[in-house]
Design a binder for this molecule. Structure first.
Ligand code: ZN
Ligand code: FE
Ligand code: FE
Ligand code: ZN
Length: 284
């Protein structure tokens, strides 16, 4: 069985809706046998954008400093500095500034709002056409982030199934188009296990989309989306079984030296066609 040794989606109390010392997250990761952990707390956004669920810009230096302190305090485990960024119209410039000023190792791009409509809450009020439109718009916003050149990992790709549980087929088809964008932009798809402990009761993205991603040779990484220390690495065994079933079989170091999973080599194609895989080879 493949072993998952890194959890790249971890929050901290700085975002105001997660609990526990950052140190407790690292200790939990060590206790669970992980070799690597990446904090990816909700990044600051421009004024007025969902202020209760993120750190403010003036807290970013403290977050960066804490991660580097933990890196020194726990030499047996790699501690990376990430950010989970809310993709929304106009998100680029603040992110560019943060990436210029801080040594961020990777960015997870996620959509939590469809023009003000919360994605992680069930919505029943709109018509079929209205729901179709919102699902389409969700993916449109996500694609904007994927094409921005500013994100590395696509977070909980089909989170929108939480908002519209009756739209499974629509969400899968839209997700398939997004996989093409991920492939074209050479990004990493996150397998986010928090879906299993949240109302969708299904991993993000769905097993169908994970299988599709594998057939497209899209690299994946793992994230628990922990908002408390005990959630670090949650359901990674279950996620690993699913990945193996889909055809993923080996761990390599990918872009930014992130631990990613790929399908068998034969399925991957030549290195000329796939510069991302060439660079993962070099990293070995
Ligand atoms: Zn959160
Ligand atoms: Fe998120
Ligand atoms: Fe998150
Ligand atoms: Zn998340």
């Amino acid at each position: 069985m493949m072993e998952v040794r890194a959890d790249y989606h971890i929050h901290t109390a700085l975002c105001r809706h997660a609990t526990g010392d950052m140190e407790a997250y690292v200790l939990e990761a060590e206790a669970k046998g992980l070799k690597e952990i990446g904090f990816s707390d909700h990044a600051p956004a421009e004024e007025g954008f969902d202020p209760n669920h993120r750190m403010v810009l003036s807290q970013l230096p403290e977050y960066v400093k804490r991660v580097s302190e933990l890196r020194k305090a726990f030499p047996a485990i790699a501690v990376k500095l990430g950010l989970e960024v809310d993709i929304h119209p106009g998100f680029e410039s603040l992110l560019e500034t943060m990436l210029r000023e801080f040594p961020v190792d990777y960015v997870i791009g996620s959509v939590h709002f469809i023009d003000g409509t919360l994605v992680h809450m069930e919505h029943q009020e709109s018509s079929i056409e209205g729901r179709n439109r919102l699902v389409r718009r969700y993916y449109e916003i996500l694609e904007q982030g994927i094409r921005s050149g500013l994100i590395d990992i696509v977070g909980h790709l089909d989170l929108v199934k939480w908002a519209f549980p009756g739209m499974k087929e629509h969400i899968r088809l839209g997700g398939n188009d997004i996989l093409r964008a991920i492939q074209e932009e050479d990004l990493i798809l996150e397998v986010n296990t928090s879906g299993w402990r949240k109302p969708p009761r299904e991993v993000y993205p769905s097993p169908d989309l994970i299988r599709a991603a594998c057939s497209m040779d899209i690299p994946v990484c793992f994230g628990s989306d922990a908002h408390s220390p005990e959630e670090v690495g949650a359901d990674f065994d279950r996620g690993t079984a699913l990945l193996e079933d889909a055809g993923y079989c080996r761990e390599v170091l990918g872009n930014h030296r992130l631990r990613i999973f790929l399908p068998e080599e034969e399925k991957v194609g030549s290195m000329e066609e796939k510069p991302n895989l060439a660079s993962s080879k070099r990293d070995w």
